[in-house]
Design a protein around this ligand. Structure first.
Ligand SMILES: Cc1ncc(COP(=O)(O)O)c(C=O)c1O
Length: 347
């Protein structure tokens, strides 16, 4: 925590530390020498391990950020005048500094509306049926990208993912998933990793680990063999092929070992559920989306928001009377209880 300790830090899951098992894996990997740039055994073992996890033959590229996973993977497979269809509130579209356009030489994101952060498969189908193909004034459909769990803290059901995958296939589009909070979504659905990816036609997955216990390490998981080469070259040219790759591989191995990632995600989701449930019972408070992962969006009376911040609770304001609270894997239950108690007292 920072110098002046907060009573509860709900600003982001990125405020969390590194999980001890991942620290231990780093220490173990820190023995002797290893061939650099992913040429050592640990990188090969990582592909094998993740192929087990996803029940499909996958190639894993460790990357430093979710933005890198999202934008370099799409940039590698899109035409410069191509468009990736996404939810209008997608992190890729609003919060990555137009990285896809920079690395994709102009490749665009085409935003679609949709309730609580989710693209509606029927609306996607309609948008693609009406896509201005051949019109040089407009981006040409190349990809679809969904965020699982969504930026609104909701989760796509497997049927919706399958429907989006089917639309992508019909239109010959790459299907990308921004899984910055993949484990939180999987924990919510109680399904396998394959159910959310290979079985619904996902081609590219940005598999988040940083927010849920890793140290600046996410993974780009590639399900289609023909996309491996363009992605490998794009990552190398973007400076994302790490020399000391064994440390990224060690973290990702530890992250999925014994389903640690799901265990940690369940903890964060449980805190958010507790928080959402408690807040929703207060007068003048309304949840803006069902709490399905580790994020709570709510409207509160402005005086209550001020009172909570004045009492040392950290969270972001998202508009007049609207706040976002994010729970993390190492969030003590007491922080949730303290916030709810302070809200009841101030309300
Ligand atoms: C949904 C989503 N996707 C991608 C990212 C990108 O992560 P990074 O900040 O590591 O680039 C974030 C980060 O907050 C996110 O919330």
């Amino acid at each position: 925590m920072e110098k002046k300790a907060m009573r509860g830090d709900f600003r982001s899951d990125n405020v969390a530390g590194i999980h001890p098992a991942i620290m231990a894996a780093l220490a173990t990997a820190n023995q002797g020498t290893a061939q650099p740039y992913g040429q050592d055994d640990s990188a090969r073992a990582l592909n094998a391990r993740f192929s087990d996890v996803f029940e499909a033959e996958v190639t894993v590229f460790p990357v430093a950020t979710g933005t890198a996973a999202n934008s370099f993977s799409l940039a590698a497979c899109m035409r410069p005048y191509g468009g990736a269809y996404c939810h209008e509130g997608a992190h890729l579209r609003l919060s990555e500094g137009n990285s896809l356009a920079a690395w994709g030489h102009g490749a665009a994101l085409v935003g679609l509306p949709g309730e609580v952060g989710r693209i509606d498969p029927a609306a996607l189908r309609q948008a693609l049926a009406e896509a201005p193909r051949g019109n040089t004034q407009k981006p040409q459909p190349d990809a679809v990208t969904v965020t699982q769990a969504t930026e609104r803290g909701t989760v796509y059901g497997l049927d919706a993912l399958a429907a989006i995958g089917a639309v992508a296939r019909e239109h010959g589009l790459v299907f990308h998933m921004d899984g910055a909070r993949f484990a939180n979504a999987q924990a919510h659905l109680g399904c396998s990793a394959a159910d959310m990816t290979s079985r619904v036609g996902v081609d590219l997955l940005s598999f988040g680990a940083t927010k849920n216990g890793a140290m600046s390490t996410d993974a780009l998981v590639v399900f289609r063999r023909d996309l491996v080469e363009p992605i490998a070259f794009t990552l190398r040219r973007a400076g994302q092929t790490w020399s000391k790759m064994r440390f990224a591989a060690a973290q990702l191995q530890a992250y999925v070992e014994g389903e640690l990632h799901l265990d940690l995600a369940r903890r964060a989701n449980a805190r958010a559920a507790q928080l959402g449930h408690g807040l929703a019972r207060l007068p003048g408070v309304a949840l803006l989306a069902p709490v399905e992962a580790n994020i709570v969006f709510a409207t509160l009376p402005p005086a209550l928001i001020d009172a909570l911040q004045a009492q040392g609770f950290g969270f972001y304001r998202r508009g007049p009377g609207e706040i976002r609270l994010v729970c993390r894997f190492d969030q003590p239950e007491e922080e949730v209880a303290a916030l709810l108690q302070a809200a009841r007292a101030a309300g």
